[in-house]
Design a protein around this ligand. Structure first.
Ligand SMILES: NC(=O)c1ccc[n+]([C@@H]2O[C@H](COP(=O)([O-])OP(=O)(O)OC[C@H]3O[C@@H](n4cnc5c(N)ncnc54)[C@H](OP(=O)(O)O)[C@@H]3O)[C@@H](O)[C@H]2O)c1
Length: 428
């Protein structure tokens, strides 16, 4: 049987789990792919660090970049992380030296994926990154293979387990953002520094990659990004009273030949599929022609789910399945028009915590009408037992820039006690 020689670079959470998995499952993977996955070399930053894996010293490369020069290496698996530095050097050099690459690094692919895919195509090697988007949810392979027949019009869903865990727990346990975040860190659902999970950047990288695959376009940085740090218990309770849940959604859609990419907290109907995705789970929903709607859900991170995705990429290479990294040749990828969301229509939820005095409500509603935004529902003090006077307004569909203007104008008023909230409502 043929052999494929592999170097695993990076032996942290993911790399060490993958190493053990490939060792244990070598036989079955060889049988399934008619080719043996042979881990020949490994490397990481510190050779003397204690790890959960036993590795023969002969396999260890002193300099991780040597993997890119060794004649006997066919495939390099990059599990270092980060868009710059060691990971970037490794992947660029590997592809230039005609090595296949598998990576779980969304930051690198979202930033340099266009350049990297050109090099991979020129050198007829694979660049695979299933594990970079939603861990165990096989959305990239689905788009490249299972759904290849379809013209995708929209892709959306929950792409970050940490933020979904926090929002779900705030609702279930009736707790504040900070308390839930601290608990999530203790349980290992949030990293010590979870900033990119909470500010929407993690979802943004994943969405950029998915957008390119769905619309055959180049990666594009025109994306609206908001995180969840601003959401508090009151919003979750109000949403619940109104029949909604709050989720951090990533969404890319093609409307009148323009693409809108956006990541923000969203009110979604409790009865919708996405509302039922709780805890650390991820879900990706695609709408395509002719297939209609299709949904994949699963664990979005962690060594097990990520290894499932990495092994799927490795098997594709074992079978000699050489493909364009972004599903279509770089020469055929399009420069499509990406619009920012200011002209897109949304209905929205506003919350204003105000001083309880006459004239405040009429001033606020006047600002709405000046911005041509019509009010669908207005609830004063949705929680009657609260000391603060709170006004919740649900709007009809309006241009996003008018919604933003209202937020800005009302924020500057003296009767405002707390930063007002604007959360867009999902129209599905
Ligand atoms: N953790 C997840 O749940 C998850 C899910 C999906 C995707 N990913 C992605 O998977 C990748 C790896 O994540 P991880 O959680 O395994 O990270 P990690 O635990 O921090 O491991 C990183 C590894 O890279 C090595 N490394 C760091 N700098 C290096 C350098 N200059 N030269 C050579 N090796 C270097 C480290 O070496 P030492 O061990 O010697 O320090 C370590 O083994 C990242 O791209 C991440 O975004 C992770």
């Amino acid at each position: 049987m043929k052999k494929l020689n592999i170097a695993i670079i990076g032996l942290g959470n993911i790399g060490s789990y993958l190493y053990n998995f490939l060792n244990k499952n070598k036989l079955i993977l060889s049988k399934k792919n008619n080719c043996i996955p042979n881990v020949l070399y490994v490397s990481a930053k510190n050779k003397n660090r204690k790890r959960n894996v036993k590795i023969n010293k002969k396999k260890w490369l002193k300099n991780y970049l040597d993997a890119t020069k060794k004649k006997d290496v066919d495939l390099i698996i990059e599990l270092i992380g980060g868009a710059e530095g060691a990971a970037k050097k490794l992947v660029f050099n590997a592809l230039k030296n005609k090595k296949h690459v598998v990576t779980a690094n969304k930051a690198l692919i979202a930033k340099y994926g266009d350049q990297l895919s050109r090099i991979a195509e020129q050198n007829s090697v694979n660049l695979e990154f299933e594990a970079s988007v939603c861990g165990g949810v096989p959305i990239i392979r689905s788009l490249k293979e299972g759904l290849i027949a379809n013209k995708i019009k929209k892709i959306y869903g929950i792409f970050n387990g940490t933020s979904n865990y926090i929002l779900s727990s705030m609702e279930k346990e009736n707790k504040n953002f900070k308390d839930v975040l601290n608990n999530a860190k203790k349980l290992g659902y949030a990293e010590a520094n979870p900033i990119s999970d909470l500010n929407g950047n993690d979802v943004s990288s994943k969405l950029k990659i998915l957008t390119s695959l769905c619309f055959n376009s180049f990666l594009n940085n025109n994306i609206h990004v908001e995180g969840i740090s601003n959401i508090d218990k009151e919003d979750i309770i109000n949403a619940n009273l109104l029949g909604y849940k709050i989720k951090l959604l990533g969404c890319s859609e093609l409307i009148n030949n323009k693409i809108y990419q956006r990541v923000h907290p969203t009110l979604i109907k409790k009865s919708s599929y996405v509302a039922g995705i709780e805890g650390v789970l991820n879900a990706v929903i695609t709408e395509g022609d002719p297939v209609g709607q299709s949904i994949i859900q699963g664990e979005g991170a962690g060594p097990q789910a990520t290894t499932s995705a990495l092994v799927s990429d490795i098997c594709s290479i074992l079978r000699g399945n050489i493909k364009f990294p972004f599903s279509i040749s770089s020469k055929e990828r399009k420069k499509l028009k990406f619009e920012d969301i200011s002209e897109r229509l949304f209905s929205a939820y506003f919350r204003f915590d105000v001083i309880d005095k006459p004239g405040v409500l009429s001033d606020i509603t006047k600002i709405f009408s000046q911005n041509k935004v019509s009010v669908k529902r207005l609830i004063q003090n949705p929680r009657k037992n609260k000391a603060i006077s709170s006004i919740v307004i649900i709007t009809h569909n309006s241009k996003d820039r008018y919604l933003g203007k209202i937020l800005k104008t009302v924020s500057s008023k003296k009767y405002i006690l707390k930063k007002p909230k604007l959360i867009r409502i999902d129209s599905n």
